[in-house]
Design a protein around this ligand. Structure first.
Ligand code: C5P
Length: 331
């Protein structure tokens, strides 16, 4: 190297002068990433580890737009959790009329009997200091066929399915795990141990059915033949709150359709208890058909043609929630 001594010292000085500020930046980044609780990755799930991220903190900090704010009501309990839980009278009247019944006088007795068989208490009460909930809500749309979403669905820690959802033979497209299965007596299926049966009650008799199907088997018929006994983990049964049902109809589907579809009920349940939501199996397939993924006949069981739910409105609502950043919508 041909440099005069003074020149060399100057060059060396120039080369080293940026080191202290760089060290400061690195130190700050290390502090920022590892020690600052508000900014550590809030959605990271570390199961079985001592470090449990605090998702609740993240949830309350999420930005709310006026569109969302106008509709969202966090004070309404998604689940019915106690026999003496107050269901406001206007909710009760609406809910009973769904199936043409007016008399709620037996409700306290029915709830008392039910909570002798299914657990009371809310497993989702804790909003702070709890592991994060990454949820996949899996509808039954034919658009899942050939999707190869199976692995992606299974990567969530909570997986919601509903009604007659099938897994065997469809794993590559729909995944193989389920943590919550939403159903009503007429759509009921047997469940493996450890899965939450989430009863969506459309009528008083549905509350009596779950009690019966898990104990005496006295109910065999509602408006059609139903399962007399259901194989399910009694300790994991959850009951959807009629007040939450009405809230979705009033605030979200805004009276489009007679009442929201089971898929909508599962999706808004997720919106209230999950930190991150992915939605699969909702809407028409790419040819505009509304059948289920296990059906070859595109008109069979077509969700849209029941006329009870407003399929187009429900699809648009999911799109709006996706645009708001509330969920990821896989089609
Ligand atoms: O038909 P079923 O109610 O069992 O399907 C479960 C849910 O999946 C529906 O309630 C609806 O929300 C959604 N679905 C859909 N498009 C279809 C079929 C079902 O969005 N073609």
């Amino acid at each position: 190297m041909h440099c005069i001594r003074r020149h060399c010292r100057l060059n060396h000085h120039r080369r080293t002068v940026w080191i202290p500020p760089l060290l400061c930046v690195v130190a700050f980044l290390i502090y920022f990433i590892y020690f600052c609780p508000d900014y550590s990755n809030p959605l990271e799930l570390v199961e079985g580890s001592d470090h449990v991220p605090m998702c609740g903190q993240y949830k309350t900090a999420t930005l709310r737009t006026p569109w969302f704010e106008k509709r969202f009501n966090g004070s309404i309990e998604p689940l019915l959790v106690r026999k003496d839980q107050v269901i406001p009278d206007h909710v009760l009247q609406w809910w009973l009329k769904l199936q043409g019944v007016n008399n709620a006088s037996r409700m306290p007795w029915i709830l008392e009997q039910m909570f002798k068989v299914v657990p009371s208490g809310n497993p989702y009460e804790e909003q702070y200091k709890r592991p994060c909930r990454h949820c996949a809500v899996v509808g039954n749309s034919g658009n899942l066929k050939g999707s190869h979403y199976g692995k992606k669905i299974d990567s969530h820690n909570l997986i919601f399915r509903m009604n007659g959802a099938r897994i065997s033979g469809f794993e590559a497209d729909v995944g193989s795990r389920t943590t919550h299965h939403f159903m009503y007596p007429e759509s009921a299926v047997h469940l493996p141990h450890g899965v939450h049966l989430v009863l969506v009650p459309f009528k008083l008799q549905d509350l009596r059915w779950i009690t019966s199907a898990l104990s005496t088997g006295e109910i065999k018929y509602t408006y059609k033949r139903v399962k007399q006994y259901i194989q399910a983990d009694k300790d994991k049964v959850l009951i959807f709150n009629p007040a939450f049902f009405k809230y979705i109809h009033d605030n979200w589907t805004t009276h489009h359709g007679k009442y929201p579809s089971t898929g909508m009920l599962a999706l808004f349940f997720a919106l209230h208890i999950c930190d991150e939501i992915s939605v699969f199996g909702f809407g028409a397939d790419r040819n505009g058909n509304w059948h289920h993924y296990w059906e070859n006949n595109r008109f069979a069981g077509a969700f849209r043609w029941t006329g009870v739910h407003n399929a187009d409105f429900e699809s648009k609502l999911i799109e709006s929630l996706a645009k708001e950043g509330r969920l990821k919508f896989y089609i």
